[in-house]
Design a protein around this ligand. Structure first.
Ligand SMILES: [Zn+2]
Ligand SMILES: [Zn+2]
Ligand SMILES: [Zn+2]
Length: 388
């Protein structure tokens, strides 16, 4: 007898190919010429990718995520470039450690799952139901057509039980596919593991392993994997020698203790003496006095999202936005103003291809010459008709 998931799967269309930006891996909307996440020119840098078939990553949706929370000490939006499940976050602007309500991820992850599952260009989303159409009521159908990402923010303070819960998480999510540092799709595998399911991502230069914490699947049952530096489990964290009155904070190799001198923004560093490669956790960067960076990290989901199921059940009001709280409004207003360089997303552009581009040649040279010739000929004809 087929299992429930097989029955579920057989009632849906196979996933279609996905066109992604070659700079950051986010979806390349059919009606846009530039990526809204990294500004790459989509007519020159885009990949048409087939969905994974077979194996542990069969039919997953990858989504790229940029996430921030509002610091309670300095009030700024601080990047939080990983799935924070320990209940404590560090502001990357002012280095204040503070409580972070893990329950915020529940709503955020449900939104991320919906983005992966319901995005266009097909208005039915990625895996349409054989009988039920949601094209008219799908709130994500512009993703992949005119939009690259969808934003979701939470705000407000509530009392749950005896605990005061502060919400201030903002995420921006785009469907897509993770790329390597040279802009090519990573080869991805998934390995179920008792300590947390592992994603193995290979490029031509390296292989990386990322573990999804156990609690994550309680928050989002469809979650299948994560790719973010702070989730790497094959690289030990560097040792931090805290600053004293005489010396600034310094990094040391976790295996031989030699000093490490990472370039600004580096998250992975190799020891010159023993070749151990270590990772630099997010909160260590701020101890070193580095500027906060908003990174793009990735989540994989599988199966229909909770929002799709509600839409298919005919709940047209399923996506009615939650009433905006005062803090959410504040957060939105601040986010518009807060676009200082540190809070903006930075991605390394693929190297611009300097080869001959026929379109530029036509627009830049041929068109002006034709216009000049035509104007010259008109002037000549006009002058000639007056002389004779
Ligand atoms: Zn991009
Ligand atoms: Zn702060
Ligand atoms: Zn070493």
């Amino acid at each position: 007898m087929p299992s429930t998931s097989e029955l579920e799967s057989s009632s849906r269309a196979p996933p279609s190919t996905l066109r992604v930006c070659g700079g950051c891996g986010s979806i390349a909307p059919t009606r846009r010429r530039e990526c809204q996440v990294c500004d790459a020119a989509l007519d020159r840098y885009a990949h048409e990718l087939r969905p994974e078939r077979g194996g542990e990553l069969d039919d997953v949706y990858w989504v790229a995520i940029r996430s921030e929370f509002q610091c309670r000490a300095c009030g700024k939006l601080s990047p939080i470039n990983h799935l924070e499940l320990e209940g404590e976050a560090t502001c990357l602007h002012c280095a204040t450690n503070q409580a972070f309500d893990v329950g915020q991820w529940r709503e955020a992850l449900a939104h991320a799952h919906a983005v992966g599952d319901l995005s266009g260009p097909d208005p039915e989303g990625r895996r349409a139901h054989a009988l039920l159409s949601i094209a008219r009521i799908n709130p994500m159908r512009e993703l992949g057509v005119s939009e690259t990402f969808s934003e979701h923010s939470q705000g407000g303070v509530s009392v749950e039980g005896a605990v005061t819960v502060t919400r201030s998480l903002r995420i921006r999510v785009s469907p897509g596919r993770p790329l390597d540092e040279r802009g090519r799709p990573l080869a991805l595998r998934r390995r179920p593991d008792a300590r947390g399911d592992v994603i193995i991502a290979s490029s031509t230069s390296e292989q990386a392993e990322y573990a999804l914490p156990h609690q994550a699947q309680q928050l989002a049952p469809g979650l299948r994997g994560v790719i973010a530096v702070d989730h790497r489990r094959d690289r030990p964290p560097v040792r931090v020698q805290l600053a004293s009155s005489e010396t600034p904070a310094a990094l040391r190799c976790p295996s031989c203790g030699a000093p490490l001198d990472p370039p600004e923004g580096a998250r992975i560093i190799s020891c010159r003496y023993c070749s151990t490669t270590a990772r630099i956790p997010e909160r260590t960067l701020v101890q070193l006095g580095q500027r906060p960076r908003l990174e793009l990290w990735w989540l994989a989901f599988r199966g229909p999202s909770p929002l799709r199921l509600r839409l298919e059940a005919g709940d047209a009001a399923a996506d009615e936005p939650a009433p905006q709280t005062e803090l959410a409004r504040l957060l939105g207003a601040r986010a518009d103003k807060d676009e200082d360089a540190g809070s903006r997303f930075q991605v390394e552009r693929p190297e611009l291809d300097a080869r001959f581009d026929p379109r530029r040649f036509v627009v830049g040279l041929v068109v002006p010459i034709v216009v000049l010739l035509a104007a010259g000929w008109l002037w000549f004809a006009d002058a000639a008709s007056r002389w004779w």
